[in-house]
Design a protein around this ligand. Structure first.
Ligand code: PHE
Length: 344
């Protein structure tokens, strides 16, 4: 047995087999085969061996060296192969891992209601038109027969820009813009964002949405308005719902009406939902005021028409029985998910 090789060749081979990395293996290799290593020192020792035994000794040391080299080479290949498999394994997808659920977005409830309402009007032949949210006082008020001193302006307090423009308080200015740019007859549907200086509460927001409908033709009457509204209400709320018109006032329509739809919960009998009346107010409407026609250069002796408008939030609240308009803006995903229609 060589000095320094107490465990024998077997011990050396075991150490080689136990190396866990190429670095480990490099260390072991240095220990046995390096310049300061075991085999080298055994070679140097040959001087101390009696001359007649030197040949035999040299052969044994060489055999030992070859065995160690071979074992190291084999282990090197093994470690390289193991490394390659580990890398491949890391890249290979594991189909048994539970999947990550992808959160799918959806349209906001107001967008959904807007599209639903728009579909109904478009299917009746109304054309979608839009106008600016920053308006002049003329389009928002004066052209709509609402002069500066008019008390109706109190309800439409709004935000003004430094150059004297304002954030529109309703979608009615679009009527004026469209009539100014076209000749009658026409039938338009105009959705959009509106603003008023209102403090938020369960039924008010300073920023909200409206839609406006305007029809101008010869010989239009309240019965056209009522028939059209009846169809709209049934399409939106259900065939069993009825409407009624109550006299009201808007500066830009005459006569003017508040339009109610029969309560869907009690069927018009009166319940808590409709505060006992059996009816729910859905929109404002009326026959276009002759002054409005004059303001856009239409002859009111020839042309007549009806207009109507309302808040989309109000429609959404009635249709989906919401208690607080502010829920629409709270960004509570539990609320929004309840009214989810996935984006197609
Ligand atoms: N613009 C009115 C409002 O905001 C609603 C309306 C539109 C009424 C058209 C009559 C005709 O209150």
């Amino acid at each position: 047995m060589f000095n320094g090789l107490e465990g024998g060749l077997e011990e050396v081979l075991r150490r080689i087999m136990e190396t866990a990395s190429l670095n480990d293996l490099q260390e072991v290799k240095a220990r046995y085969l390096g310049k300061q290593g075991l085999v080298t020192s055994l070679m140097k020792n040959i001087k101390e061996i009696p001359p007649e035994k030197r040949k035999e000794y040299g052969r044994e040391v060489n055999e030992l060296k070859n065995s160690i080299e071979e074992a190291i080479d084999n282990r090197k290949n093994e470690l390289e192969e193991l490394g390659r498999l580990a890398r491949e394994g890391a890249e290979r997808p594991d189909f048994t891992v539970p999947g990550k659920r992808r959160d799918i977005g959806s349209y906001h409830l107001i967008t959904q209601v807007m599209e639903e309402v728009q579909d109904i009007w478009v299917s009746m032949g109304f054309e979608v038109t839009t106008g600016p949210e920053i308006e002049t006082s003329y389009y928002n008020f004066e052209a709509l027969n609402t002069p500066e001193w008019h008390p109706a302006r109190d309800m439409h307090d709004t935000f003004y820009t430094c150059d004297g423009q304002l954030l529109r308080t309703h979608t009615s200015p679009v009527q004026i813009r469209v009539m100014e740019s076209r000749k009658p007859p026409l039938a338009i549907f105009s959705p959009g964002t509106c603003y008023r200086k209102d403090t938020p509460d369960t039924t008010h927001l300073p920023m909200f949405h409206q839609f406006e409908v305007l029809l101008v033709d010869r010989g239009t009457s309240v019965s056209h308005l009522k028939g059209t509204l009846n169809h709209f209400a049934k399409r939106l709320f259900g065939a069993d719902r009825r409407i009624r018109l109550r006299p009201s006032f808007f500066p830009f329509t005459e006569p003017s009406f508040e339009v109610d739809v029969s309560c869907g919960i009690c069927g018009g009998q009166g319940c808590r939902s409709c505060r006992g009346s059996g009816w729910l107010e859905i929109l404002g409407a009326g026959m276009v005021h002759p002054n409005v026609f004059r303001n856009v250069g239409y002859d009111p002796e020839i042309w007549s028409g009806f207009a109507l408008g309302t808040g989309l939030e109000r429609i959404a609240m009635l249709k989906y029985d919401l208690e607080d308009i502010r829920d629409l803006l709270r960004n509570d995903r539990r609320f929004l998910k309840g009214y989810r229609r996935a984006i197609i």
